[in-house]
Design a protein around this ligand. Structure first.
Ligand code: UGA
Length: 435
């Protein structure tokens, strides 16, 4: 089948590469010249394992091609995926500018029998009330009658995008009619996963309900972690036992500095603001967000509990990205931590194996190290902000370089016993002092 993907961010590119891998012909559309040039060379324009090799393979065997011409690609394709970004506006609701622009261009190339599929995360109702009317107005055709319209939310996570995309926990396709949904599902017939056919609004809501539930699990764990500190027990032990209950499940129960990234915080805020706009008070979701906003500051409080006044103290932040193994700094918890440290008069030195170049553009006023070891040199304290493997391999000789051997483990990558052997004072989120 002939497919085109409008927008080559994480979701668009992973979807395109996956669909090509499943045997279809895919035209990738990217408007940014630099990103397009990189894609044409078989190089993903972001850091993500396996995606570039699969992209190169698809280009070589001609299942994948790339261009910036939406109209031409729509004319040549039976399935058109919209995978452009929906960045948050100040209110929290998603900015639909790119979706609307894409819909206009798609409308110009649209003809009878084609199917337009939303991949970008949009609030329930958006596809039917915003996207479909634009497509209809521009093309002069009727959605659900002349052309198909569907929503196929994506559940992949950065860092594991290809694996998630090839082995999804479920595939959801919503449409105004079952025939369209079934045709879209056929694209994925080689994938063995639960397949859910539903209506468009339900598909849109499934995406928000999933991400907000993941966010809720994390904030719940962080709340219990903060209580564990006060009750002098260890959240890691508690939550391991809790997660063994199959009704709860052990994943996404890692206590830490809160959730960042381009999805969980954005989708949570979007659902909150859309609930408020229709007169509903989303108390639980607001609490999930509030806990997440406060959580990173806990690391700074711990530093202060150990060091007293932070003025003039040199603090190393290991990990600047929103999670390990990615170069994405969007909504990274390193930002509120650095801002709080600077407000309390500390000198900050940051290190990240992949994300420094991006972080420096936003916060040029702090120092940066070229290795974790260098960041530790002369530091009065260190905050572990991501669970990078290389950080957990730091040894006694690295911590010996510190001025004050103090580690605040924001992601629980060390054991207190190990750091005690190195002579390091160890504090961690959710670890009561007695433990
Ligand atoms: C998230 C979801 O996990 C995906 O299912 C979804 O498709 C994606 O958003 C999206 O909407 O596109 P992602 O943002 O890439 O994926 O990253 P996650 O692995 O979910 O991590 C998000 C944040 O939660 C990170 O800051 C991570 O450190 C934090 N986290 C995660 C915790 O603090 N504790 C946990 O137990 C798990």
């Amino acid at each position: 089948m002939k497919v085109c993907i409008i927008g080559c961010g994480f979701v668009g590119l992973a979807t395109g590469v996956t669909i090509a891998h499943l045997g279809h012909r895919v035209r990738l559309i990217e408007k940014d010249d630099l990103k397009l040039a990189s894609i044409e060379k078989g190089q993903a324009p972001f850091n993500e394992p396996d995606i570039s090799s699969m992209l190169s393979k698809g280009l070589r065997n001609r299942r994948i091609s790339a261009s910036n011409d939406v109209i031409e690609a729509v004319k040549a394709s039976s399935f058109i995926f919209i995978a452009v970004q929906t960045p948050p506006m100040k209110s929290g609701s998603p900015n639909l500018t790119f979706i609307k622009e894409s819909a206009k261009e798609i409308g110009e190339g649209l003809s009878k029998g084609k199917i337009v599929i939303g991949k970008s995360t949009v609030l329930p109702g958006t596809t039917e009330t915003v996207v479909a009317p634009i497509l209809e107005n521009v093309s002069g055709l009727r959605a659900g009658k002349d052309f198909g319209i569907a929503m196929n939310p994506e559940f992949l996570a950065e860092g594991t995008a290809m694996n998630d995309s090839l082995n999804p926990s479920r595939i959801v396709v919503g449409s105004t009619n079952r025939k369209t949904a079934t045709e879209v599902m056929k694209l994925y017939e080689k994938i063995d996963a639960p397949k859910i056919l539903t209506d468009i609004r339900t598909a849109e809501m499934i995406k928000y309900a999933s991400n907000c539930f993941l966010a809720t699990k994390i904030s719940y764990t962080n709340e219990i972690a903060n209580l564990c500190e006060r009750f002098e027990v260890d959240i890691a032990e508690v939550i391991y036992a809790v997660g063994l209950d199959p009704r709860i499940g052990g994943q996404f129960l890692r206590a830490g500095l809160g959730f960042g990234g381009s999805c969980l915080p954005k989708d949570l805020s979007a659902l909150i603001s859309s609930a408020e706009s229709i007169g509903y008070k989303p108390e639980l979701l607001r609490a999930v967000r509030k806990i997440n906003e406060k959580q990173p500051i806990r690391a700074v409080e711990m530093l202060e509990e150990e060091l007293g006044d932070l003025r003039g103290k040199r603090i190393a932040i290991l990990g600047l990205a929103f999670k390990a193994s990615v170069d994405d700094i969007r909504d990274s918890k390193a930002f509120p931590i650095v801002v709080e440290l600077l407000a309390r008069g500390a000198n900050v030195i940051g290190f990240d194996p992949l994300a420094t170049a991006f972080f420096i553009q936003i916060l040029p006023e702090i120092s940066y190290a070229s290795s974790a070891r260098e960041a530790l040199k002369g530091a009065d304290g260190c905050i572990i902000q991501t669970e990078e493997k290389q950080f957990s391999k730091l040894g006694k000789e690295d911590f010996d370089l510190m001025n004050t051997k103090l580690v605040i483990d924001g992601r629980r990558i060390f054991s207190s016993a190990k750091l005690a052997r190195f002579g390091v004072k160890y504090r961690a989120i959710g670890l009561g002092k007695r433990t």
